[in-house]
Ligand binder design. Sequence first.
Ligand SMILES: [Zn+2]
Length: 157
Amino acid sequence: MERMPQEKKLEYLLRSSKIVAAGFLGDDPRSPEQIIETDLTALMHLGYTVEQVAERMQELTVLAIPKLGNPVQASGRLQICSEDYKGEIICPWPHPVRLAKRVTTARRLDTAESIRWSDLNIHMIAEHGFFEGIGSAFRVEPAVLVRVIFEDFAGPV
Ligand SMILES: [Zn+2]
């Protein structure tokens, strides 16, 4: 099926974006629509919605902000740390939103697994269902994310 010109424009924007090195698609050959569809399906199988995931990411980010640069215990098994890189970043969609250049890392003390995200990741996941392409600097792998941020996650049903 012929793709809409608007979708091609979006792919171009995400692939060539100078906001981050290597753009938002990394070396992923798939279109943004394919990436989004695959990740949303994976998330559904894991038993979570983008809203739940984004809400938890936001909650952890807010918890880490007062101790910027220093680890915070979100619980006995989950440690988080936010770093501020000064400045703002815009949504590449494009979308009239400006977000702080902040990166939050969540680390599980029981499994040693960790994942990091930017405020822009939270926005793109919540608003666009976009976890970035494989190979991009800030790709958020849905399965890893869910395993790290939801301590009661017991695996797909
Ligand atoms: Zn947006």
